[in-house]
Design a protein around this ligand. Structure first.
Ligand code: FES
Length: 93
C-alpha cells in the first residue's frame, strides 16, 4: 500500500497492492484525467515530485518520456507505486 499526494491540490489517496494509481484515484472518487489507459495518450501523466513507480514488465523505453529525462513523469494509468509518491498535475482538484 502506498499514499499518493497530488499537488497543488493536496489531494491524498492510498493505492492498494496490484492497483494502478489511476484505478486507486477512481476508487476514491477523484476526477482523474485519462483517455487510453494504456500508457499512450499522456492524459494521465503527472510530473513526479517524489517517490518511485513501477510499470511491471513494460519496457519504459516505449513510453513517450524516457527514464533518462531530467524531468521525471509518472504514467498513472499503468503505474504501480513502489513508494509513497508526490505527483503534480494542475487539473486534478
Ligand atoms: S490514460 Fe493515456 S497514457 Fe494514461
Amino acid at each position: 500500500m502506498a499514499t499518493i499526494t497530488i499537488q497543488p491540490s493536496g489531494i491524498q489517496f492510498t493505492v492498494k497492492d496490484n492497483e494502478t494509481i489511476l484505478e486507486a484515484a477512481e476508487r476514491n472518487g477523484i476526477d482523474f484525467p485519462y483517455r487510453c489507459r494504456q500508457g499512450v495518450c499522456t492524459s494521465c501523466v503527472c510530473k513526479t515530485i517524489a517517490g518511485d513507480v513501477s510499470y511491471g514488465d513494460r519496457d519504459e523505453n516505449t513510453l513517450m518520456t524516457s527514464p533518462d529525462d531530467t524531468q521525471k513523469f509518472t504514467y498513472c494509468c499503468i503505474g504501480y507505486p513502489k513508494t509513497d509518491m508526490t505527483l503534480h498535475h494542475p487539473f486534478i482538484k
